[in-house]
Design a binder for this molecule. Structure first.
Ligand code: FES
Length: 115
């Protein structure tokens, strides 16, 4: 079966837990998409790395662990790293969110099924 069939998405291994420094956003390629991955303790979150407001990369921004938000480095807009929803102006459009599975020490990322 074609792995791009509707409702199908193959998780991509991006790193191991110990390679991801807690609170430090890091960009990875997931099937040709640039994805920002950030670790908070044993939880890992992944959203698109490109801000929806203008041309800026979220892995260059600041992660706020207390609110699970990433702050864009260019105009300090924010996104919820769990959903990709904008949480601070000037960002009003969501960015794509990804499912994350931690399998042992391996971190696997895939587009959410609804995409
Ligand atoms: Fe991200 Fe403007 S480019 S807030």
């Amino acid at each position: 079966m074609n792995r791009h069939s509707a409702g199908q998405s193959t998780p991509v291994r991006v790193a191991t837990l110990d390679q991801l420094k807690p609170g430090v956003p890091t960009a990875f390629d997931v099937d040709g998409d640039e994805v920002m991955v950030v670790r908070d303790g044993d939880s890992v979150y992944a959203i698109s790395n490109l801000c929806s407001h203008a041309e800026a990369y979220l892995d260059m921004g600041v992660f706020h662990a207390e609110s699970l938000e990433i702050e864009c480095p260019l105009h300090v807009g924010r996104f919820d790293v769990r959903t990709g929803a904008p949480t601070a102006l000037p960002c009003v459009l969501p960015v794509r969110a990804y499912d994350v599975v931690v399998d042992g020490t391996e971190i696997l990322v895939a587009p959410k099924e609804a995409d």
